[in-house]
Design a protein. Structure first.
Length: 86
């Protein structure tokens, strides 16, 4: 699903995204590595392309910095695994 798809990234999504970042402002991958990096992205743990019904599920979200979001997105596109490569 395209990032520009208005059904995916609507007002409800933007509100949930902002709420999530206010509650969890740090990148979870950086935190696991002992670094404190402000997250710019909210990522779906189970991608919308796989489970569209979880699009607005707050338990399906994680905060990521731009770098980690890009790595995870590319890894998912190439492998179907939506996690950091090992």
């Amino acid at each position: 699903m395209s990032r520009t798809n208005s059904a995916t990234y609507d007002t409800r999504w933007r509100r949930l995204r902002n709420q999530h970042l206010s509650l969890k402002p740090l990148c979870v991958v950086c935190e696991q590595a002992g670094q404190l990096t402000v997250a710019q992205c909210v990522d779906h743990i189970t991608p919308v392309a796989v489970a569209s019904h979880r699009r607005l599920d707050p338990t399906n979200l994680r905060s990521l910095c731009s770098s980690h979001h890009a790595v995870i997105t590319q890894h998912f596109k190439h492998t179907g695994i939506n996690e950091m490569p090992i």
